[in-house]
Design a protein around this ligand. Structure first.
Ligand code: AMP
Ligand code: ZN
Length: 113
């Protein structure tokens, strides 16, 4: 398995991990685009949004609630933040393991892309 984020989950590549449980892992982006830039991923390999099925419905709900909790811990809840996912080539997805970007701590661009 050569997937970068699977290797982070397995502890084979170091990362600044801020959350780790049975199903989800969150770590700081290596090239942060904002004062808070955390990536939240399912531990099990899912290549992208397009691979999701009904089976992951509860998992995705938990991931979004974890994003909310992490935003509170980071102290960005009040001023606001963005949770975003890139999917595929046009979406600008570089790492083929589903990940949600939690961004905050500065006023983000009005444009989405
Ligand atoms: P995306 O364009 O949505 O696929 O974003 C991939 C993100 O992964 C980028 O923001 C990268 O900075 C980030 N990234 C790449 N390698 C690492 C790493 N080893 N640790 C943490 N973040 C990484
Ligand atoms: Zn993976």
């Amino acid at each position: 398995m050569e997937c970068l984020f699977c290797q982070i989950v397995a502890g084979e590549i170091p990362a600044d991990i801020v959350h780790y449980d049975e199903e989800l892992v969150a770590f700081r982006d290596i090239n942060p685009q904002a004062p808070t830039h955390i990536l939240i991923i399912p531990k099990a390999h899912v290549a992208s949004m397009t691979e999701l099925t009904d089976k992951q419905q509860a998992l995705m709900g938990r991931l979004i609630l974890l994003a909310k909790e992490l935003a509170e811990k980071e102290g960005i809840s009040e001023r606001g933040y963005r949770l975003s996912v890139s999917c595929g080539a046009d979406g600008g997805q570089l790492v083929p393991h589903l990940h949600f970007h939690l961004l905050g701590g500065r006023k983000l661009d009005d444009r989405l892309g």
